[in-house]
Design a protein around this ligand. Structure first.
Ligand code: NAD
Length: 430
């Protein structure tokens, strides 16, 4: 007969959701949980979502017809504090993906060492085909449907794919109308005029810059002369490039959805930003040579920053990568097999849940400021962010050295350990 422990510890392929996005999350989780020798009961708790809400949102469209949209809100784990995570509007949103994203938010908040659990929301819709009035009606109806589940002490949404400051303002207003008083701290990523934080727009790129600087120090590369390639020149990629250039790094290559640019002596990022403002792409920039998407990964650089989409670094291109450091600005840019291949080759990879965690850390600052009713200058926000990011980087690095594992596994070890410790302290309510 199997021992109690053998029976109780689930394997990734035995857990619900195996083979799905949630299954991919579980595979990463299980590696770290085994290293930690996680208590079997806690293992079960941490691999099940706390709450999954599915709602129907009827909306009268501009043509007079009624459409019914399906919305989700998942509170994966609220052991450390209110659930935190964005709301995405996309035709492919589904409960499995939202649950996995809510789990990843749980580990990201725990790595960042902020008092939040993990959540995520989404609505199956195609916002590109909807008018502003329809989007507002949909947002308000969705929030009305989940109003009892969210709140500053319960669950604090934020922007994600295809949602923005305006949508967060509607979220805040709808919630406030229901509770009868203005409650700015119910949502983050708001416009600064109604309780948003200074520095939020730049926060994720700033964190990527800090992670790059700390990784370079660890690997023994001088960041002030490092050669850097950046994939994606949106919020995360452009701010990372700008701040790293200010540190003295040479940004030799940038790509986006349309094309790319290469300049061996370093791209003038201010000029590139001006070009993108005008043309909405880096393609055609005169301050360098054209660069194809495929060439970006094979360039002779010290640092590669994927800051665009998921699954960009795969076994199809991992072998050509020459960078010694990869900083995952995007969520999930490296497939697990490519990650293993690169780690075995000695590439130092700073995982997404650490590298881009400054976004949620500054959301935490926004929530704190809203609750205080007292707002910090941009300088104060940036100083606090610097401290939090360096602390998180060091915690993960020391864990990687202690267990002799890669930084991704170490980040999970740090996160799971924090949530598991508090789970045990709080005990079982039954
Ligand atoms: P964004 O929409 O502002 O920018 C995305 C960029 O990627 C654009 O420049 C786009 O042209 C480019 N891109 C699209 N397809 C591409 C392709 N095939 N090749 C190269 N470039 C391509 O988005 P963002 O806010 O910068 O987010 C980027 C990534 O970072 C996403 O994975 C997001 O989930 C993650 N992230 C963002 C934040 C944040 O605060 N914005 C926080 C955490 C994680």
């Amino acid at each position: 007969m199997a021992t109690r422990t053998e029976v109780a510890i689930p394997r990734g392929d035995e857990l619900p959701g195996h083979g799905s996005t949630f299954g991919a999350m579980l595979e990463e989780f299980n590696v770290a949980a085994r290293l930690l020798k996680l208590d079997p009961g806690v293992w079960k708790i941490l691999t099940n979502p706390k709450r999954q809400i599915v709602v129907s949102c009827p909306v009268q469209m501009d043509n007079g017809e009624i459409e019914v949209f399906t919305g989700f809100r998942v509170q994966y784990n609220i052991t450390l504090g209110p659930a935190k995570g964005g709301i995405r509007y996309h035709p492919d949103v589904n409960l499995d993906e939202i649950t996995a994203l809510a789990a990843w938010m749980t580990w990201k908040c725990a790595v960042a060492h902020i008092p939040f659990g993990g959540g995520k929301g989404g609505i199956i819709c195609d916002p590109g085909k909807m008018s502003k009035r329809e989007l507002e009606a949909l947002t308000r109806r969705y929030i009305a449907e989940i109003v009892d589940a969210i709140g500053p002490e319960k669950d604090v949404p934020a922007p994600d794919v295809n949602t923005n400051e305006q949508i967060m303002a509607w979220v805040m207003d709808t919630y406030s109308m229901h509770v009868g008083h203005t409650t700015t701290s119910v949502v983050t990523g708001k416009p600064v005029e109604l309780g948003g934080s200074m520095g939020r727009r730049e926060a994720t790129g700033r964190g990527v810059m800090i992670a790059t600087r700390e990784a370079a120090r660890h690997v023994g590369i001088d960041v002030t002369s490092a050669r850097v390639a950046v994939q994606g020149f949106g919020n995360v990629g452009s701010v990372s490039a700008e701040l790293l250039a200010r540190q003295g790094a040479r940004i030799v290559a940038v790509t986006d959805w349309k094309g790319g640019v290469y300049n061996d002596s370093g791209i003038d990022i201010a000029k590139l930003l001006a070009h993108v403002q005008q043309h909405r792409t880096v393609d055609g920039f005169s301050g360098g040579d054209p660069l194809s998407h495929d060439r970006l990964f094979s360039l002779d650089v010290d640092v590669l920053i994927p800051a665009a989409l998921e699954n960009q670094i795969t076994m199809a291109n991992a072998s050509v990568i020459k960078a010694r450091i990869i900083i995952e600005g995007a969520n999930g840019p490296t497939t697990p097999d490519a990650h293993r291949h690169l780690h075995d080759r000695g590439v130092f990879i700073v995982p997404d849940i650490l590298a881009n965690s400054s976004g949620v850390t500054t959301s935490y600052f926004e929530w704190v400021q809203d609750r205080y009713g007292y707002f910090w200058s941009e300088k104060e926000v940036n100083e606090r962010l610097e401290l939090k990011m360096c602390e998180a980087f060091d915690d993960v690095l020391q864990t990687a050295l202690k267990y002799t594992v890669d930084m991704r596994t170490a980040a999970y070890v740090v996160a799971i350990n924090r949530v598991a410790t508090v789970t045990k302290m709080r005990g079982m309510y039954a």
